[in-house]
Design a protein around this ligand. Structure first.
Ligand code: PLP
Length: 465
């Protein structure tokens, strides 16, 4: 399997290459040269398989030429063995047709562990035996940071620099990043919002002289390996609810468009997906883009769902590329216009292509709280605010006879204050997070300027050999 850049001007790479690179050298994102497919019989054969067996079957075509099935299985065993639930991503029934897919049983209590625990294994595998030192630079709205740090803390040959927007992540999220004592972990609080932090990271990748001095890598969902790992649970859930004979719908709380793009990949691979509900909070660029092609970025409004407080969704570029005829030069032009004007109109091919599968839904804070109360009172489920955004959106699309799966992306205790406000219940942190509130925090706070951040990274990173 080979991977090409969405902007058409970077070398095609194999799976190991895209995993280590993250972002393509032309500023684009890597996607498989073609979508592998599973036949209905092959999908039917997934029914009853364990999570790891499902993962191997779904991911094998993407790693072909780089890893054998046995090697892939070994990495999946190591990645998913650390989850606190034997099903890894269990389904929970809410009512007749509504389901929750719990993705938060990993070490840092959010769905990002599903991808990042595997990514940590992949990095170690691909760096073994080389004298290369990897400098991971990332921006987080909260959950990527803790999951990425957990996945690489203490590993040899890797340093991680994680930028988070000061004061805009929850206490649990911040402490999960800043109380990890490993010397290869560097936390930076940025005086700005998430989009600013993400732009600073992109600027380091695009600075040829900086990128020449350090072997940079990304753990944001721009890294293809993360999306690939997320495709698995769409299959895992759907076959348990009747696929391939019956289509299944999903509602996905969306920020960077990574998780829901993985659902698109599952559909491209042949999984019968009835609908992908792209649920946003009031930061609704995606809901607007999908409704009428208005892809324009506004100021970010802080909400109780910080992981979705995003107005530039990196992975949307992958969808625009695929729906726009995979024309890298055209897409590069479109993205340049967006970077200049912060606003573009999607092409007809893009809007019509998206309309076949996606539907965008904006959910405000009141509706979110209502969905949390509803889940608690009617189904006995305490859910986190991000999940509640998607559940509220799922209710709008309930269709008789079509199972609707809401992706539960975080453990409610990660956002305990918001949950308590809505439901009166204070969810307790599971024992696996230990003495989070007693450990010492370690981070620096920097101005949101390229100079401040790149200087800090340069002073603390290991240059190329
Ligand atoms: C990251 C995150 C999201 C958004 O996922 P994307 O892949 O960025 O769309 C939603 N909910 C939670 C809890 C998250 O951590």
């Amino acid at each position: 399997m080979r991977y090409v850049s969405t902007r058409g001007n970077a070398p095609a790479l194999d799976f190991a290459g895209v995993t280590l690179a993250g972002l393509a050298s032309d500023g684009g994102l890597y996607v498989p040269e073609l979508w592998p497919t599973l036949s209905p019989d092959e999908i039917g054969a997934l029914r009853g398989l364990s999570y790891v067996d499902t993962a191997v079957a779904v991911m094998a075509p993407f790693v072909e030429g780089t890893l054998t099935r046995e090697e892939l299985r070994g990495l999946c065993d190591a990645a998913y063995g650390a989850f606190s639930h034997d099903a890894v991503t269990p389904l929970v029934q809410l009512d007749h047709d509504q389901w929750l897919l719990e993705l938060f049983h990993g070490p840092t209590l959010a769905f990002k562990d599903v991808a990042l625990q595997l990514l940590g294994q992949l990095f170690e595998r691909f760096l073994k035996g080389s004298d290369q030192h990897l400098t991971i630079v990332g921006a987080t709205s909260g959950d990527t940071g803790s999951a990425a740090i957990d996945a690489v803390a203490g590993r040899e040959g890797v340093d991680i620099f994680m930028l988070h927007p000061e004061g805009r992540v929850s206490d649990v999220q911040r402490r999960q990043m800043t109380t990890v004592g490993a010397p290869n972990v560097h936390n930076i609080a940025i005086r700005g919002d998430f989009d600013t932090a993400q732009a600073l990271v992109k600027a380091m990748f695009n600075d040829a002289s900086f990128a020449g001095r350090f072997r940079l890598s990304a753990v944001n969902s721009i890294n293809w390996a993360r999306l690939m790992a997320q495709v698995v649970y769409y299959f895992y859930a759907a076959v348990r609810l009747g696929a391939p004979a019956k289509p299944v719908a999903f509602s996905v709380p969306t920020g960077n468009f990574g998780d829901v793009f993985a659902g698109y990949v599952a559909a491209k691979m042949g999984l019968p997906v009835a609908k992908l509900v792209v649920a946003t909070n009031v930061n609704d660029i995606l809901a607007r883009a999908l409704a009428n092609g208005d892809y324009s970025s506004r100021a970010v409004v802080p909400t109780p769902t910080p992981s979705m407080d995003i107005q530039v969704s990196s992975n949307f570029e992958r969808l625009m590329f695929d729906l726009g005829g995979r024309d890298g030069a055209a897409l590069a032009g479109q993205m340049r216009s967006f970077e200049d004007a912060r606003a573009i109109r999607l092409t007809n091919a893009q809007t019509q292509g998206a309309a076949g599968l996606f539907v965008g839904e904006r959910v405000d804070t009141d509706e979110m709280a209502l969905a949390m109360r509803h889940a608690h009172e009617r189904s006995g489920q305490v859910i986190d605010p991000h999940t509640a955004i998607a559940l509220a959106a799922a209710h709008r699309h309930a269709e008789e006879g079509v199972p609707m799966v809401t992706l539960a992306t975080a453990h409610p205790a990660k956002f305990g204050d918001a949950v308590e406000r809505a439901t009166g219940v204070r969810p307790s942190l599971p024992p696996r997070v230990g003495d989070l509130f007693d450990r010492e925090e370690r981070f620096v706070t920097l101005d949101a300027t390229y100079e401040a951040v790149s200087d800090y990274v340069a002073q603390h990173a290991v240059p190329r050999g």
